[in-house]
Ligand binder design. Structure first.
Ligand code: NAD
Ligand code: DAU
Length: 342
């Protein structure tokens, strides 16, 4: 098992002002204080420099769009980047149903620009953060392995799958040292309140209805974002160029059970649960087999789910100013479009 085969000196983190990206930047700074960290982010509705406020002075920030080749080139050259960790994406399935085009633009074209500029700049490691959603939906048994067929259903998942294929073409055609990770559903602090867990817990705190899609029996496999970040760091330092690694913590929950758990912890009544019209092409079940990363890189998720959820709920309780700010303006327009008439 390799302990370390790559020692990055200057890392560019795209999407580092988002939910998982900002958690990864925190992990990188804690674990590798001598590594130079540059965050490149467009600051879309989902990007927020407040997510990195506790790390001020420990990273550099460039506001740029990953589809802008010149800006990406300048960033790679001026910071002497030897590794890219590529989180930047449009990430929300429901938004990809309401307005799909930006998903292809950012996730496919943006990833292609990042790859091409990184190749030209001689970047030595490119970690492409993908998702288990590229594999589509599972029946009641089994789990996705790295060899499962790519079979995406939503425009979001299709754009991630397409970007994975562009990454794989660079690995094969140019021997480009990229690595793909595919992780399951993340939870934790700083998650934008469009996603299931923060949305439900903020609505519950405000005694608002909790909109559960369909019969609530769709299953997701939840991992704390700190564990995901540690997996990405391990892949950066020790992963095999050209490889794909699934990342998960074998923690499957039907949505309705997550929602009831949140209500229990908050001491709120189940009468807040409202079943609403299902998401189109709603994937029934995700479950991730992460035995490869455990076996080859020695990574394993560490966070106990009950403790992780309790800590996450406490974080949202203590950071009302954060979520009130991100839930203003554009968010309310999205919320009305998404949940009206369902
Ligand atoms: P997020 O929506 O919270 O953050 C996305 C970040 O990317 C934001 O900071 C945004 O400003 C930035 N961004 C968007 N478009 C950009 C552009 N054109 N140029 C530069 N920056 C841009 O997303 P997240 O949940 O943190 O997900 C991060 C990555 O992890 C994504 O690639 C996603 O597909 C993947 N992923 C997410 C999960 C999950 O459960 N959230 C699970 C597996 C994989
Ligand atoms: O599996 C990894 C993926 O997980 C990531 O690639 C995506 O970026 C991330 O957004 C997430 O996708 P999901 O669609 O699984 O996450 P979301 O939080 O949107 O929904 C989780 C489940 O909860 C899903 O079955 C839909 C359901 N849901 C969601 C919302 C927002 C509801 O029932 N009601 C809701 O209001």
């Amino acid at each position: 098992m390799p302990t370390q085969n790559f020692n990055p000196q200057s890392v560019l983190v795209t999407g580092g002002a988002g939910f998982i990206g900002s958690n990864f930047v925190r992990t990188l700074i804690e674990r590798r204080p001598d590594t130079r960290v540059t965050v490149l982010d467009k600051l879309t509705y989902a990007g927020n420099l407040e997510n990195l406020a506790d790390l001020e002075g420990q990273y550099s920030f460039l506001r740029a769009d990953i589809t802008d080749a010149e800006a990406v080139r300048a960033a790679l050259q001026s910071r002497d980047i030897d590794a890219v960790v590529h989180f930047a994406a449009e990430s929300h399935v429901d938004r990809s149903i309401l307005g799909p085009m930006v998903f292809t633009h950012t996730n496919v074209l943006g990833t292609h620009v990042m790859l091409e500029e990184s190749r030209a700049a001689g970047v030595e490691r490119f970690i492409h953060i993908s998702t288990d959603e590229v594999y589509g939906s599972l029946g009641p048994e089994g789990a996705f392995t790295e060899r499962s067929p790519i079979d995406p259903t939503s425009p979001y998942a299709a754009s991630k799958a397409a970007s994975d294929l562009v990454v794989q073409s660079y690995i094969k055609t140019f021997d480009f040292p990229a690595i793909i990770t595919r992780c399951s559903n993340n939870y934790g602090p700083y998650q934008f309140p469009e996603k299931l867990i923060p949305l439900m817990l903020i609505n519950a705190m405000n005694d608002k209805p909790l909109p559960v899609y369909g019969d609530g029996m769709n299953v997701r496999d939840w991992i704390h974002t700190r564990d995901h970040s540690l997996a990405v760091l391990r892949v950066l330092e020790a992963g095999a160029p050209g490889a794909v690694y699934n990342v998960g913590s074998s923690n499957e929950w039907p949505n309705i059970e997550i929602v009831k758990l949140i209500l229990r912890v908050l001491g709120k009544p189940e009468s807040l649960i409202t079943f609403v019209k299902d998401r189109p092409a709603h994937d029934r079940r995700y479950a991730i087999d992460s035995s490869k990363i455990k076996r080859e890189l020695g990574w394993e998720a560490e966070t106990d789910f009950d403790a992780g959820i309790a800590e996450t709920i406490a974080w949202y309780r203590e950071h009302e100013d954060w979520w009130r700010r991100v839930m203003s303006g554009e968010y309310m327009e999205y919320y009305d479009k998404q949940y009206a008439n369902r």
